[in-house]
Ligand binder design. Structure first.
Ligand code: ADP
Ligand code: MG
Length: 697
C-alpha cells in the first residue's frame, strides 16, 4: 500500500467501510444516527459491533478500547482483548453491541471536581458514533464520552457534543427564517493549526525542568534567538523532515487530514495544519495529532514539546482554532454571498458571532486559561489576554455603513441597506493581515488564536458554540415574531453592531496602547488564570450553559474546582523542580567554579606578585552575591510553596500560587540566569538554551 489515497483512512471504520461491511438496513440506520443523531437500538449495535470486530481483526487488532477525554486534557484508554472463552476450553474473538455502546471504567483517579464520591467511583463510557472508530497499535479505538452514573459529564467530549446540539438547533431556526427548509443540520467546523517544538532527546534528558514541567525554568538568552526570522518557513532539516513524513503518513492512516507542515518563528518550532472537519472530529483528531507527534518524535531521537512557552525570549506555541458553521447542504454560513439575500444571512451570522464574543469574552478567555498559556498570552508573540475581534477594513466599512444608515451627519458616507444591497466583493486574503488579533475574521471563518498548544480544543469550542447558539436563539426569537422580516432584520443587525462594536479592533494587539484603549472600552483584561476563573461562575455564564443544556450548575462548579486545582498543582511541580535544580545542581556548580577561580587567583598571586586578578575577583564576588541571593530565594520559595499548598480552599490556593509563589520563581529565574552567564558552559550542569534550540542539525 503505497499510494496516499489508499493509505488515507485505511485504519478507520468510516462511511465507506460501513457501506461495504454492513447490511443495507443497518447501514441506513447508522446513517440516520450520523446525520440526524438518531439513537441506535441494541440489535443494530450488535450487528455493527460484529462487523467492526471482523474488520479490525483482519487488520491485526486483538484488543479494543473505549477511548475518552477526561478533564486531564489528554486522552485515556483501557484495553480489553476480544477473547471470550468457549465451553470446550478454547477461545473465540468476540465483541458485542453492549461492549461497543458502553463501558464501565473504574476511573476514580480522574479529576471529577467532587462529582463522584469515591464509593461510587465508577464512571461509564458511551460510544460517540459521530466520530469513527479506528485502529492504532493493534487496538480498535472506540471514541466515547465519559460520564458519572448520575449522567454528569466527566470529560470534554460530552459538553462539546451538547454545545454542537445547541448551535445546530438555533442555527436551523435562523435558516428557516431565510426560507432554507431543506437544510437538516448545521455543524460547526474546525481546523486546528498545531504549533510545537522538536528538540534533541539527549538534551531533553539532561533538563529536569523540561522533564517535569514541559518548560525551561531557567536559561540565559543565547547570542542568537529568532531575531533574524530565518527559521520561519525556512528549509526543514532532514531529521525533522523524516519525522514530518512519518507523522503525515500515520495521521493519514487514521483519517486525519494533515495538510501543511512548516517551520515556525522560533528556532526548532514547527506547525502542522489539518484540513478542517466537524468540531467533534477535529477535536478527536487534534488529540491524536498531539499524541502521535510525541510518540514519533521519540522514534526519531527527538522530543516534541507542546508546552505553551517552553523557552523564554522566543515565541511560544499556540493552536489556531479556525471555526465556522456549515450546513448539511454544504454551505459555509460565514462565507459572504453573491446576492443581497445571502448577504443578509451572512451578516446576521457575522453579527451573532460579534455579539457572542463580546457578551462572553470572559468565558472565551477562561476557555484558554492555563498556567502554561499565562506565559504566552500578552508576551510579544501572542495575542494579549484581552479578547477582541479583527474584521478587516472591508467588513468594518460595511458595518460602519450599516451603522450610519439614517444618520444625518454621515451624508457623505456610503449607506448599506441589508437585504437590498450586495456586499462589495473582497479578496479573501485581504482579511488575513492582522496576526496580532486573538479572534480574526479570515474571509470565511474565524480564527481564535488564544488557545494554548497543549490544550484540548474542546474547551474553546464548547464556549464558542454555546455563546453563538445563545445569540442565535435571541435573534430567532426576535425575528420569528416580526411582522416585516426585512426591516426587523436590518434593525437587529444595526442595533447589534452599535451595541457591540467595542469588541472590534483592527489595530496592533501587541501594542501597549491597546491595553489602555481596551480598558476605556470596558473590555476584560484577565492576565492570569485565577483572574479569568474568577468569572467562570458569574451569573450570566451559569445561565448561558444551563439554559442551553451544555452544563448543569453542578458540572460547572466541578469544572471550576478542577481548573483551579490544576493551576495550583502545575505551579507546585514547577516550584519544587526549581528548588531541586537550584539546590542540587546550580548552587553547587557556582560554588565549584568559584573555588576554581579562587584557587587560580591564589596560585597566580604566589607566582606573579602584583598580577591583575580583576577577572577572578570580580567573578567570584558576583557569584557570591548572586548565589546568596539565589539561596535566600530558595528558602523563600520553599516556604511560600509550603504555605500555598496547605490552603484548603482551591481559589485561595491558586491565588497564593499566583501572588506569592510565582513572583519568587520569576526572581529566582533572573538570578540563576545571571549566574549562568558567569559560569562557563563546560561547568554548567544543564544544556544551555543555545544547545537546546539549535541542537537539531
Ligand atoms: P492560512 O491560515 O494559512 O491562510 P487557510 O485559511 O487555508 O490557511 O486555513 C487555515 C486553517 O483553517 C486550516 O486548518 C483550514 O483547514 C481551516 N479552515 C479553512 N476553512 C475552514 C472552515 N470553513 N471552517 C473551519 N476551518 C477552516
Ligand atoms: Mg492560520
Amino acid at each position: 500500500m503505497n499510494k496516499v489515497t489508499e493509505k488515507f483512512g485505511s485504519m478507520v471504520f468510516d462511511e465507506k467501510i460501513m457501506r461495504e461491511k454492513l447490511p443495507r438496513e443497518i447501514y441506513k440506520k447508522m446513517q440516520a444516527t450520523l446525520k440526524k443523531g438518531k439513537r441506535l437500538d441494541r440489535e443494530t449495535a450488535n450487528v455493527i459491533a460484529n462487523a467492526m470486530k471482523d474488520w479490525a481483526i483482519e487488520l491485526g487488532a486483538t484488543h479494543f478500547t473505549h477511548w475518552f477525554q477526561p478533564m486531564t486534557g489528554v486522552t485515556a484508554e483501557k484495553h480489553d482483548s476480544f477473547i471470550a472463552p468457549t465451553a470446550d476450553g478454547r477461545i473465540i474473538m468476540d465483541f458485542t453491541g453492549k461492549e461497543l455502546v458502553s463501558g464501565e471504567s473504574d476511573a476514580s483517579s480522574f479529576p471529577s471536581g467532587g462529582l463522584r464520591a469515591t464509593f461510587e467511583a465508577r464512571g461509564y463510557t458511551a460510544w460517540d458514533p459521530t466520530s469513527f472508530a479506528f485502529i492504532k497499535d493493534n487496538t480498535l479505538y472506540i471514541p466515547t464520552a465519559f460520564c458519572s452514573w448520575g449522567g454528569e459529564a466527566l470529560d470534554k467530549k460530552t459538553p462539546l457534543l451538547r454545545s454542537m446540539e445547541a448551535i445546530n438547533r438555533e442555527a436551523l431556526r435562523v435558516l428557516r427564517l431565510f426560507g432554507k427548509e431543506d437544510e437538516t443540520a448545521v455543524k460547526t467546523t474546525v481546523g486546528a493549526e498545531q504549533e510545537y517544538f522538536l528538540i534533541d532527546a539527549e538534551t531533553f534528558t539532561r533538563r529536569p525542568d523540561l522533564i517535569y514541567t514541559g518548560r525551561t525554568l531557567f536559561g540565559a538568552r543565547p547570542p542568537k534567538g529568532q531575531e533574524l526570522d530565518d527559521h520561519y518557513f525556512g528549509i526543514i532539516k532532514p531529521r525533522v523532515k523524516e519525522f514530518m513524513k512519518e507523522l503525515d503518513e500515520e495521521l493519514w492512516k487514521l483519517g486525519v487530514l494533515a495538510k501543511t507542515e512548516h517551520n515556525e518563528g522560533a528556532p526548532c518550532q514547527h506547525e502542522l495544519a489539518p484540513i478542517f472537519s466537524t468540531t467533534n472530529i477535529a477535536t478527536d483528531h487534534n488529540q491524536l495529532t498531539m499524541e502521535l507527534m510525541q510518540k514519533l518524535a521519540k522514534k526519531h531521537g527527538m522530543v516534541c514539546l507542546l508546552h505553551e512557552k517552553p523557552f523564554e525570549g522566543v515565541n511560544g506555541s499556540g493552536k489556531h482554532n479556525n471555526w465556522s458553521l456549515s450546513t448539511s447542504g454544504g454551505v459555509n454560513l460565514l462565507e459572504p454571498g453573491d446576492t443581497p439575500f445571502e448577504n443578509a444571512q451572512f451578516l446576521l451570522f457575522l453579527t451573532a458571532v460579534i455579539k457572542a464574543v463580546d457578551d462572553y469574552q470572559e468565558l472565551l478567555r477562561i476557555s484558554v486559561a492555563s498556567a502554561g498559556n499565562d506565559h504566552r498570552l500578552g508576551a510579544s508573540e501572542a495575542p494579549p489576554a484581552i479578547v477582541s475581534m479583527f474584521l478587516g477594513d472591508e467588513i468594518t466599512a460595511i458595518l460602519e455603513a450599516i451603522e450610519n444608515e439614517g444618520n444625518v451627519c454621515a451624508k457623505d458616507k456610503e449607506m448599506m441597506k441589508i437585504g437590498v444591497h450586495v456586499l462589495p466583493k473582497f479578496p479573501k486574503d485581504s482579511t488575513d493581515r492582522n496576526r496580532t488579533s486573538p479572534f480574526a475574521f479570515t474571509g470565511n471563518k474565524f480564527e481564535f488564536r488564544m488557545v494554548g498548544a497543549s490544550a484540548s480544543i474542546a474547551d474553546a469550542n464548547i464556549v464558542l458554540n454555546t455563546a453563538v447558539a445563545e445569540v442565535l436563539k435571541k435573534f430567532a426569537d426576535e425575528l420569528e415574531g416580526a411582522s416585516d422580516f426585512n426591516s426587523a432584520l436590518h434593525d437587529l443587525i444595526r442595533r447589534t453592531v452599535i451595541k457591540h462594536k467595542r469588541i472590534l479592533f483592527n489595530g496592533n494587539g501587541y501594542d501597549d496602547a491597546w491595553v489602555e484603549e481596551s480598558k476605556k472600552r470596558g473590555l476584560a483584561n484577565l492576565t492570569t488564570t485565577p483572574d479569568a476563573l474568577a468569572h467562570y461562575l458569574d451569573e450570566k455564564n451559569v445561565k448561558l450553559f444551563t439554559e442551553n443544556k451544555v452544563f448543569s450548575e453542578s458540572e460547572m462548579k466541578a469544572r471550576y474546582e478542577i481548573y483551579l486545582e490544576r493551576y495550583a498543582k502545575v505551579l507546585n511541580i514547577e516550584a519544587r523542580t526549581m528548588v531541586d535544580m537550584v539546590r542540587g545542581a546550580i548552587l553547587p556548580a557556582a560554588a565549584k567554579y568559584k573555588r576554581e577561580l579562587s584557587e587560580t587567583a591564589i596560585a597566580t598571586k604566589g607566582f606573579i606578585g602584583g598580577a591583575d586578578l580583576s577577572f577572578e575577583e570580580e567573578t567570584v564576588a558576583s557569584l557570591t552575591e548572586l548565589s546568596s541571593r539565589a539561596f535566600a530565594l530558595l528558602k523563600m520559595l520553599e516556604s511560600a510553596n509550603d504555605t500555598a499548598k496547605e490552603l484548603l480552599c482551591s481559589k485561595d490556593r491558586a491565588e497564593a500560587y499566583r501572588d506569592s509563589v510565582l513572583p519568587i520563581m520569576e526572581d529566582m529565574r533572573k538570578t540563576v540566569d545571571a549566574i549562568e552567564t558567569l559560569v562557563p558552559t563546560s561547568s554548567w550542569p544543564f544544556p544551555t538554551y543555545g544547545e537546546i534550540l539549535f541542537g537539531i542539525k
